[in-house]
Ligand binder design. Structure first.
Ligand code: T4K
Length: 374
């Protein structure tokens, strides 16, 4: 029996008919972009939802990361994780900053604070950690290091929308957090992103930087970029917010079913459940160990044969791409944990519309990759 393809994710969208009145309004008013009413309303709604004061919307998280570094005037070297999507360290290169890779913690898969401290040199000016898969970094330990060495902290929070933490708002950590609203994320505006910062002055600065550096009609103060989110995206975002809790609930249900199903499968481990935070279940990574009947790549291929497109996020490590490999910190001996994890990880499909039937097919294949009758 052939099945429709099942991808690692499928964007959630509100019903089209709900969007039409807003699209009609945008058509009528011809206000398409440049901080129009939907843009302003989404910034306000997100600030409320995220319980933060200052949100600046962006066209995507990559441009937001580039802009965040400019807003803080970061130069020299920045310590970051090799276990992420390549946009994290690309944002450093766009600012002529040298990425310095530090190893990750084997449980959270986020930057290991001890490794951060070991990587500091006199050229270090900032730390760019990632809340990988939405799992919060050890923000207290990172802030201690930042305070001790007077470093900025820019969190790449691309995966973290919707994560709630008991010990204080995750997005209040560091100087700046950057969110992604890409189609593949828990909350999407097709493409999109946002910067969360801590002061009105910083928000003003960021808003100038995302609009070419214009302060008013006749004054340009910096080489800003065009990082603005348009009105259609902002309108979609406002509707998405209404469905967010429902979407998160379905994700959590799938997460629980995977965990139960794999709890007794030898050679498969799921990410530890973090009691300190409520997960957004943005991804469902599993680690495939040597005592599993087949290799990680064989399981990946087996799933593909069944039209199921799991992904090896984040393999290869950023530090293993040719363009980063020459950096001294990219040496695999410096990144043993990240190297191990990248060779074992497989992200299984998780999204609100994943059907029970498809979920069961995935579970059965992972439980029994050799297809033996049991
Ligand atoms: N920092 C971190 C830590 C990130 O993970 C990312 C992005 C960024 C920064 C930068 O954020 P943005 O600038 O994008 O806002 C995807 C996403 O393109 C990327 O946004 C994301 N991280 C990364 C982890 O995943 P690919 O190359 O794996 O995407 P793609 O096109 O293969 O999509 C994966 C699956 O999703 C497809 O097989 C099918 C499904 N899909 C995808 C799209 C785009 C859909 O069903 N519809 C769609 O429109 O990078």
């Amino acid at each position: 029996m052939s099945h429709d393809p099942v991808y690692v994710t499928r964007p959630f969208l509100p019903p089209l008919e709900e969007l039409i009145p807003d699209f009609s309004n945008i058509w009528e008013t011809r206000v398409l972009t440049n901080s129009g009413p939907y843009h302003m309303a989404l910034e306000k709604a997100l600030a409320e939802y995220l319980e933060v004061e200052y949100v600046s919307l962006f066209c995507n998280a990559t441009i937001a990361l580039v802009t965040a570094l400019q807003a803080l005037n970061v130069k020299g070297e920045v310590i970051t994780t090799p276990y992420s999507f390549v946009a994290t360290s690309h944002s450093l290169l766009w600012n002529n900053i040298q990425p310095v890779f530090a190893d990750i913690d084997p449980v959270s898969l986020n930057l290991d604070p001890d490794a951060i401290e070991r990587a500091i040199t006199e050229r270090t000016t900032a730390i760019m950690p990632v809340h990988c898969y939405g799992v919060p970094c050890d923000t207290d330990a990172i802030q201690k290091i930042a305070d001790k060495y007077k470093l900025h902290v820019i969190y790449d929070a691309a995966h973290a929308f919707g994560v709630k933490r008991a010990s204080g708002n995750l997005f209040a950590a560091g100087d700046i957090s950057v969110l992604s609203f890409h189609a593949t994320k828990v909350f999407n505006t097709l493409e999109g992103g946002a910067i969360i910062c801590r002061t009105p002055e910083m928000k003003r600065h960021i808003d100038h930087l995302k609009n070419f550096g214009f302060v008013d009609e006749v004054t340009v103060v910096e080489a800003g970029i065009n990082g603005k989110m348009n009105e259609i995206q902002a309108a979609i975002g406002l509707h998405q917010l209404n469905y967010l809790e429902e979407a998160l609930c379905r994700r959590r249900l799938i997460d629980t079913q995977y965990r139960q199903a794999f709890s007794k499968v030898e050679g498969v481990t799921c990410m530890a459940v973090c009691n300190e935070s409520i997960s957004n279940c943005a991804y469902f990574p599993v680690l495939i160990h040597d005592n599993y009947p087949v290799t990680r790549d064989a399981l990946y291929a087996l799933l593909r044969e069944h039209n199921i497109f799991a992904r090896r996020y984040f393999f290869p490590l950023i530090s293993d791409f040719d363009m980063y490999r020459h950096l001294p910190s990219a040496n695999p001996a410096n990144l043993p944990v990240a190297g191990q994890i990248a060779s074992k990880v497989l992200c299984l499909p998780i999204y609100p519309e994943l059907s029970d039937e498809d979920l069961q097919r995935i579970i059965t294949l992972v439980q029994n990759p050799s297809g033996e009758k049991k």
